[in-house]
Each structure stands twice: as C-alpha cells, then as structure tokens.
Design a protein around this ligand. Sequence first.
Ligand code: 13P
Length: 245
Amino acid sequence: MKKITIAANWKMYLDEVSSIDFIDKLNAEKELFINKDIILFPSHACIRSVKDHLNIDLKIGMQDCDIHNKGAYTGSTSIGSIDIHSCIVGHSERRIIYKENNDVIAGKLGTVLSSKVDPILCIGETLQEKNDNLTESIIDSQISILPKDLNGRKLTIAYEPVWAIGSGDVPSNEYIHQMLSYIKNRLKSLYSDTDLNNIKLFYGGSVDANNLQDLISVELIDGFLIGSASANFEKFKDIVKQIKL
Ligand code: 13P
C-alpha cells in the first residue's frame, strides 16, 4: 500500500507560543507520529522554534519563498534562509491575495528547484472558473510553468480547488479523480517515466478527520495538504491516527 503524506499548512494560524504548544503536545504523543510521512509548514517566523522543540524526526517546510536568494527585499524570506525539506509555491492565497501571477510562481518554482528543497506546486480553479467550464484550461496554464525535465528532482503537485479551501465544500471523489487523472495525463505528455516516478499528487481543501478515510480511497492521491484542521493539535492527531504505516 502506498504511503500517504500529510502536509500541514499552518498558514498564519499559529504564533510562536501556539506553535511550541502544538509541538509539546505532539512530543508527548510521539508514538503516533513516528514513521509517518508528515511535513509541517509553520509560519516562517516559527520554523526555528518548531525545529528546536520537536523531539521526533518530522519534515519541516516553508509556506512560500522569495524568487531571489539574497539581497534588498525587505520582509521577504529566501529559500536558503533555514534548512528545510520542502517549500510550497503558488498557493491560491498567494495567487489571489498577493496577486502572484504565473510568471512570479514560475520564478519561485525555479528558485526552489535550484536549491536542494523539494517544491510543492499548488494549482486549482476558482468557483467562477469552474462554473465557466474553465477548470481544465486553468490547470493547463498553471502547469505550463513546469520545467522541461526534472533532472531527478522530486516534485509535488497539490490540486486545491479554491472553492474547497476553508469552505467545508469538499468535491466528490469522482470529481477529484477526474481532475487528478487530467493532471496526470498532462504530466505524462510532458515527462519521462523516470520523472513521473518522482512526481506526487496531493489533494487539498477542507480535509479533516471526518472526510479523510473517504478521500484516501481516491487512488491517485499520494497525500493531503491540510490547512485549518492541521493547525489544531487534536484535529491533527485524529487525522494522523488514520494514516497507516
Ligand atoms: P483548509 O484545509 O483549511 O481548507 O486549507 C487547505 C489549504 O489551503 C492547504 O494549503
């Protein structure tokens, strides 16, 4: 059976005190988390504290990064600023709230790929785009920024329909399967089998302990990118409990 990854995007939900409190609770029940494929994405300012407090070996990632590696970019964070496993780029909150277009996201993806950090590229349509039957063309344009070949690098594509994020409105398994199949077929037309083996597909959008089991049955899902339910320790624990070793 494939190993499902749980990627916890804490967004800006937890400050330093609550991030440490979360990690203290996790340490206290660490048997539950050992040997599971978990990536925690604290806010940038809390990554150091989370790393310092963790008593088990979990992966840590950044929720976003700057295109540049160094320089006069006030308030921004470079991919090399701290040792991490993965970095999210193109999250819909970055696309919509911070007006990051495909060019910016392509730049960030390139920056991550030129470091040793594994990228997670988020894609997905808004409700308006879905209603206008634009989903496939939106996905096409969002994946058009992928490099020609991966040169052995790992890549995760997280399909997160914008209308499912934070709404409790989870698409049907059929819908998710249909979209992931579409994405997979597009990837097949772009990449060699070797590269395809290095690509994982995640689903994100209102995932919680109540719908996880059902969603796991979607064959093409390798993992979940989870927002609000991952930032509450009890809810996160209930999610992780359901993941088989
Ligand atoms: P929610 O799980 O809160 O819907 O957020 C999903 C998400 O945006 C993960 O990146």
